[in-house]
Write a protein that binds this ligand. Structure first.
Ligand code: SF4
Ligand code: SF4
Length: 484
């Protein structure tokens, strides 16, 4: 074995390509995304935005549609996370977690290359399969069928975040009764097959809006796949507009340049760009070019010319990349604050919802005996059980201290049951047999609190609502006594 081979072997010993690490992450992300909708705790999912049941499940807590105040926080967290990660690591989300990249990698590297041998090598993504032979035409149909199966699984998985999987399985067995759901699945599948098989990485470069905004978020500390022209030599002219007639001619201009012009970094690129031209919109930070050059240069006992680094460190040689810079700290602080607010608001979730409307008739007066006149007020309530089990509900009336215990419940006389998710309408009547106020000039509006609760959990399932009890002026009471 030649000395250079030995040197290369030693240099690459223990090296694990980024590609292998990405495959592992893809496998984990796929498994996790397929499993997550099936994990249920106390009847609640991690994330479910159910349109047919009008419920939001978030972190295994169920919210009603009236409680969607958490959604803006969720969106804010999502955007802050993606923006922050872009400032830090460029399009790292695209190359490492984006479903489009995962689908494409599975289809291109596993199905087309490993299983069907339509493509020759994972390391050369520039050569499209040759479909002129009958064998390859058949293989193409097989690939399409496999992509359709994948698309069905992916479309179903997507729907499980909007239709609980336990219901989904019942619905798909009766497709004619659920045309909207079937339509969504069909359109998602059509889009996915078109995207995976035909559109390919053009989606990342031309369709995905994220590719347009990400470049404005970059700064010179943003880490990305970056070619080191200081070592490798400029392959393109200094304005990076005009390509040299051949790369060899450039190397002859600069004999110290280390780039071998093997173009391994170019042929491996899934978005068909040449990283040696510098930062480009199409680059998804998959780091396959870093792997390719690590292997080439490693064999020569040298570090890769394409690095996962920042322009500051590799291009401008201005020192080490500054990770914890003010922008990144600001994103982290906003994220922590938003998550904190969301957790606090989520923990104050109401386990029941109550709406109280006082009836138009202000009060009723009934003569009981010569010393007692009863005054009642009626209310319509809408009580919603937002939990997953049936509960029995009742309520107390809290009056001002001087009237405590004097306003009582006439109707309903007993607790009533409400099924999970159901909104129950009830008439309640409060009364008093006492003279609450002796005002000769006007009716008195007494502020009260309706304290509603579930009989089996008076501590947790409670809600207080403010209302009023109207007590008539003295002459009206007297009139009624005299009438009767
Ligand atoms: S893989 Fe490395 S050595 Fe080969 S062309 Fe690319 S930068 Fe040059
Ligand atoms: S240049 Fe191509 S291979 Fe390199 S990270 Fe960007 S997309 Fe991946």
């Amino acid at each position: 074995m030649e000395e250079s081979d030995l040197k290369g072997k030693a240099y690459l010993a223990g090296w694990i390509p980024w590609r292998i690490k990405r495959y592992k992450l893809f496998a984990f992300a796929t498994f996790f995304t397929l499993l997550l909708p099936w994990i249920v705790i106390d009847g609640n999912h991690f994330f479910l935005f159910s349109f047919d049941k009008l419920k939001l499940h978030l972190m295994f807590v169920q919210f009603d549609m009236q409680e969607l105040y958490l959604m803006p926080f969720l969106l804010l967290i999502l955007f802050m996370f993606i923006f922050g990660i872009t400032v830090l690591g460029g399009r790292v989300f695209c190359g490492w977690l984006c479903p489009q990249t995962i689908f494409r990698t599975i289809f291109r590297d596993l199905v087309e290359t490993k299983w069907l041998k339509l493509r020759k090598r994972i390391k050369n993504k520039q050569i499209e399969p040759d479909y002129s032979t009958t064998e390859n035409k058949i293989k193409r149909v097989v690939a399409l069928l496999i992509a359709t199966v994948f698309a069905f699984i992916a479309a179903s998985d997507l729907m499980w975040f909007f239709v609980p999987p336990e219901d989904f399985m019942v619905y798909v067995l009766h497709p004619s009764q659920h045309p909207v759901l079937m339509g969504f699945i069909a359109w998602t599948m059509i889009f996915l097959v078109y995207d995976i098989v035909f559109l390919q990485e053009s989606f990342c470069a031309n369709v995905c809006p994220y590719s347009r905004v990400q470049s404005v978020l970059y700064d010179e500390d943003t880490i990305m796949a970056i070619y080191n022209p200081n070592r490798g030599g400029e392959i393109y002219d200094e304005h990076r507009i005009k390509k040299f007639s051949t790369q060899k001619s450039l190397l002859s201009v600069n004999p110290m340049a280390e780039c071998t012009t093997c173009e391994s970094c170019v042929t491996v690129c899934p978005t068909h760009i040449d990283i040696r031209k510098g930062l480009q919109l199409e680059c998804i930070n998959c780091l396959e070019c870093v792997d390719a050059c690590t292997e080439v240069m490693g064999k020569l006992g040298k570090p890769s010319l394409v690095e996962w680094s920042s322009e500051k460190e590799t291009l401008y040689r201005k020192g080490k990349t500054h990770y914890l810079r003010p922008k990144i700290i600001a994103y982290i602080v906003i994220l922590i604050i938003t998550v904190g607010i969301m957790v606090v608001m989520g923990s104050k979730k109401e386990h029941m919802l109550l709406n109280i409307n006082k009836e138009n008739r202000l009060f009723g007066i009934k003569h009981i005996d010569e010393n007692t006149t009863r005054v009642d007020n009626a209310y319509t309530i809408l009580l919603q059980n937002t939990l997953n089990e049936e509960h029995e509900y009742y309520f107390d009336v809290i009056a001002p201290a001087a009237m405590q215990g004097k306003i009582k419940i006439a109707v309903p006389a007993e607790p009533f049951k409400v099924k999970p998710g159901v909104v129950k309408k009830k008439i309640i009547v409060l009364y008093t047999d006492e003279i609450l106020v002796n005002d000769k000039n006007k009716d008195t509006v007494v502020p009260i609190t309706i304290h509603a609760y579930a009989v089996d959990d008076k501590k947790k399932i409670v809600i207080d609502k403010e209302s009023t009890f109207t007590f008539p002026r003295a002459d009206l009471l007297k009139e009624k006594q005299e009438e009767d």
